[in-house]
Ligand binder design. Structure first.
Ligand code: SF4
Length: 348
């Protein structure tokens, strides 16, 4: 099936094909409980290594994203807006219409072999989660990691997916020849908050099991403590419980990051807030009155508190075994505007 058949009309279909940079699109659904309600759009991408817009402000310049859309369905996900560039819905559509670049491993291997490529660091999981559920079916990451290993090309992965442990041996092989940074995202360990705000993700404890397992196998793993959600996940006892659990997992580092609410994510998150915590709507409007970010004073307070807890619980490379270099998105003063076909940074 051509992509044109998926859109509302021929003209939109042509536009979408241009945005994907794809040759063909096939839609599939799978009749299993795991993929119930999810539609996959399989495409053959023309490029797979993307340059980050405004890369000078980011800790990395190049990314590989084998998927668009994410069934982990985090309410706050900042990548939601990117679905609108494909004429797809940024709410439920983002959670259930998943674009799969089925030729990603082959394409990456070809691009790494190009004389124009100079072996720069490649970040993965910076837009959507490369170990979301679809990866269990499409298994693109083993080929991607193998290509990076064979070219001794440094890379990092940020994920909430426990599926990464399937590729443990490949990660070990890659770490033996190049810099490999793994980071797992756990913003909180509050069960009720997790169930409502990150409904498609593995439980925080299972993600911390990933950290533990990777560390035990000599691959140091940091935790991106993101997002810290104002008024719902920022109470001192919540921060303490989260940092304590992160420390117990053997994480090599913890990096706190406060919730962003950029266009696309903001509308979806606020609708969720109205439904689940209506009494907080006014407080959020005030806290995010200046735009996508909470005020600096609030960010500093959270960061300081988490760093104090990290010190108290002794989180650091000395405890983490063979720590490798870890690259995670850092909160910039301002982030570049997302653009069609470009890479938008998000929090996993
Ligand atoms: S925040 Fe990350 S894991 Fe959650 S939906 Fe977005 S891309 Fe997926």
């Amino acid at each position: 099936m051509r992509w044109e058949n998926l859109a509302d009309g021929p003209s939109r279909g042509v536009a979408n094909a241009a945005l994907f940079g794809a040759d063909a699109v096939t839609t599939r659904t799978f009749n299993t409980p795991e993929f119930s309600g999810i539609t996959f759009h399989e495409i053959r991408a023309r490029t797979i290594v993307n340059r980050v817009p405004g890369a000078s402000r980011m800790p990395f310049e190049w990314t590989v994203n084998p998927y668009r859309g994410c069934s982990h369905a985090c309410v706050y996900c900042f990548a939601r807006k990117t679905h609108s560039y494909l004429d797809l819905d940024t709410g439920l559509g983002f959670d259930s219409q998943i674009v799969v670049k089925v030729n990603a491993p082959d394409l990456l291997r070809r691009q790494l072999a190009s004389p124009r490529w100079h072996g720069e660091h490649i970040a993965m999981g910076t837009n959507v989660d490369c170990y979301q559920r679809a990866e269990g079916r499409y298994a693109l990451m083993p080929g991607i990691i193998a290509a990076l290993r064979d070219h001794a090309n440094p890379f990092s992965i940020l994920t909430k997916g426990t599926l990464i442990l399937r590729d443990l041996e490949l990660l070990r092989q890659a770490a033996a020849v190049t810099d490999v940074g793994i980071s797992v995202s756990v913003g909180f360990v509050d069960q009720e908050l997790w169930r409502t705000v990150e409904p498609g993700t593995p439980a925080p404890e299972r993600r911390l099991d990933v950290v533990r397992t990777l560390t035990e196998h000599g691959i140091g793993c940091g935790v991106l403590m993101a997002p810290v959600i104002p008024f719902l996940g920022d109470r001192p006892e919540q921060l303490r419980a989260t940092v304590r659990a992160i420390a117990a997992s053997g994480a090599t580092s913890v990096t706190p990051l406060v919730l962003h609410l950029r266009p696309g994510a903001r509308e979806w998150f606020m609708a969720w807030l109205e439904q689940h915590h209506p009494y907080l709507v006014r407080r959020y409007e005030r806290l995010y009155a200046e735009g996508a970010y909470a005020p600096k004073w609030y960010q500093r307070r959270i960061t300081r508190h988490v760093h104090e807890l990290a010190q108290e619980f002794g989180i650091g490379p000395a405890r983490g075994g063979a720590a490798r270099r870890i690259r995670v998105p850092e909160q910039p003063e301002t982030e570049p505007e997302p653009r069609p076909g470009g890479t938008q940074l998000t929090l996993l």
